[in-house]
Ligand binder design. Structure first.
Ligand code: NAD
Length: 368
C-alpha cells in the first residue's frame, strides 16, 4: 500500500488520515502492474488447495510492494502482470465507541473498532483488566500489522476507570459477565451518564434484550449486537431487535456491523437467538453420544469435521467455549422453550459439577 497526499504529493507506506506536512487529503495509490520476482510450483493437493499444479508468485508492484498471488498459469521471472482490481474500500465514519467489559469479547471488539478507525473508550471493573486487554490487542496486532499502523490503531484506544467518560460516545457496547442484574445495574448508570443520542448495545449470548432494555428511560435505544469468538476472525454479527428496539437503533447497528467488516443477520429476541439455539442442541447431542461409550471424543470430532466439513468437532468446540457456558446457555433455552431437547445432558452437568470446564481449567473432553 502506498498513500499519497493530493496536494504536496508526499508518499507514505502506511495509512495516514491527513498529510502530516500540509494536512491535505490522502489517497491510496493503486498499482497498475507487478513484476514476477519469484515463484513456487505446487504439485501436491492440500486442504483448500485441491486443484494442482498451481504457482505461488512473488510479485513486486511499481511502488516496491510485494505480494503473493496464486496462479494456475506458468510464468517466468520478470513477467509483467496486470494488478488485480481491489474492492472499493469502505470508509468508516468518525465514531466514538464505549466498550464496557474488557474480557475475552470486549478486548476483541475494542480491537476491531480501533482497526476500523473508531475512537474507543474501554472500561472494566479494574483498570488493570483494561490494561491487560490493551497488551493482548497490541500482541495480536503485532502478528498482522506493521509497527507504524499498530501504533496508530493503539492510539485510538483509551482505557478509563470512569464510566462518565462514556458521556459523548456514539455507541456503547456492553460486554460484561453474563449476569442480568449486573448488566441492568450498569445500564442504569450508563443511562444517567450518556447523552440522549447514544445508542446502547449488548453482546449478551443468552439474556433477554427486552428485559435489559426495561431499565432505560428510552428502551428503544438498546439493541443486541452479538459478536462471535474470536471477534477479529468471525464474520457474523447477530443483531437482536427486542420488543422495544427502535428501527433507528437496528439501522445504526447494521451500519456499524458493515463498517467493522462483519455480516449482520437480524433476529428477534428469543432464547439463543439463531446460532446458539441451533449449536447448543448439536453440542449437547455430541456429549450424549460420547457418554454412550461407543465412540471416543476424537472419533466424534473427526466424524463431524470430515463428514460435515465443520472446521472443528463439537467436543473440541465445547471445550473451547467452556462447559459451564454451554450449560448456562442450555439452561436458558430449556427454561425459555420448555422443551426437553434443550435439557443439558447428564455428562455435561457432571463435568460442570466437577469443575472440568474445558480449556480454561485444563480438562474437558480433552486434556490441555
Ligand atoms: P469475560 O469474563 O472474559 O469478560 C467479562 C468482563 O466483565 C471481565 O473482564 C470482568 O472483569 C468485567 N466485569 C464484571 N463485572 C464488572 C463491573 N461491575 N464493571 C465493569 N466490568 C465488569 O466474558 P466474555 O467471554 O468476554 O463475555 C462477555 C459477554 O459476551 C457475555 O455477555 C457473554 O455471554 C458474551 N459472549 C461471549 C462469547 C464467548 O465466546 N466468550 C461469545 C459471544 C458473546
Amino acid at each position: 500500500m502506498v498513500y499519497e497526499c493530493e496536494d504536496c504529493h508526499k508518499q507514505w507506506y502506511y495509512n495516514v488520515k491527513k498529510c502530516i506536512f500540509c494536512q491535505g487529503d490522502v489517497t491510496e495509490l493503486a498499482p497498475a502492474k507487478s513484476t514476477v520476482r519469484g515463484f513456487t510450483k505446487i504439485e501436491i493437493p492440500s486442504p483448500g488447495h485441491t486443484r494442482v499444479p498451481y504457482c505461488d508468485l512473488l510479485l513486486e508492484d511499481e511502488y516496491g510492494n510485494f505480494e503473493i498471488r496464486k496462479s494456475f498459469a506458468d510464468h517466468e521471472l520478470g513477467d509483467i502482470l496486470a494488478a488485480e482490481p481491489k474492492e472499493a474500500k469502505k470508509v468508516a465514519k468518525e465514531r466514538t465507541v464505549g466498550i464496557v467489559g474488557a474480557g475475552t469479547m470486549g478486548g476483541g471488539i475494542a480491537q476491531i473498532c480501533a482497526q476500523t478507525g473508531y475512537h474507543v473508550l474501554m472500561i472494566d471493573r479494574h483498570i488493570e483488566t483494561s490494561k491487560k486487554a490493551l497488551v493482548k490487542i497490541d500482541k495480536a496486532l503485532s502478528k498482522t500489522t506493521k509497527d507504524e499502523v499498530k501504533h496508530e490503531i493503539m492510539g485510538r484506544i483509551k482505557a478509563t476507570a470512569n464510566l462518565f467518560e462514556m458521556e459523548h460516545s456514539d455507541l456503547v457496547i456492553e460486554v460484561l459477565t453474563e449476569d442480568m442484574e449486573l448488566k441492568k445495574e450498569v445500564f442504569r448508570e450508563l443511562d444517567n451518564e450518556c447523552s440522549k443520542d447514544t445508542i446502547f448495545a449488548t453482546n449478551t449470548s443468552s439474556l433477554s434484550v427486552t428485559g435489559l432494555s426495561e431499565v432505560l428511560e428510552d428502551p428503544g435505544r438498546l439493541v443486541g449486537l452479538h459478536f462471535f469468538n474470536p471477534v477479529p476472525r468471525m464474520k457474523l454479527v447477530e443483531i437482536i431487535k427486542s420488543k422495544n428496539t427502535s428501527d433507528e437503533a437496528v439501522e445504526y447497528a447494521k451500519e456499524v456491523a458493515f463498517e467493522l467488516d462483519k455480516t449482520p443477520v437480524i433476529t428477534g429476541d428469543a432464547p439463543g437467538f439463531i446460532v446458539n439455539r441451533l449449536l447448543l442442541v448439536f453440542l449437547n447431542e455430541a456429549m450424549d453420544k460420547f457418554a454412550d461409550g461407543t465412540s471416543t471424543a476424537e472419533d466424534i470430532d473427526k466424524a463431524v469435521t470430515l463428514g460435515l466439513n465443520h472446521p472443528m468437532g463439537p467436543l473440541a468446540l465445547s471445550d473451547l467455549i467452556g462447559l459451564d457456558v454451554c450449560k448456562a446457555i442450555l439452561d436458558v433455552l430449556y427454561k425459555g422453550y420448555k422443551d426437553h431437547k434443550y435439557k443439558p445432558c447428564k455428562t455435561l452437568c457432571e463435568m460442570v459439577e466437577k469443575g472440568n470446564l474445558g480449556r480454561k481449567t485444563g480438562v474437558g473432553f480433552y486434556k490441555y
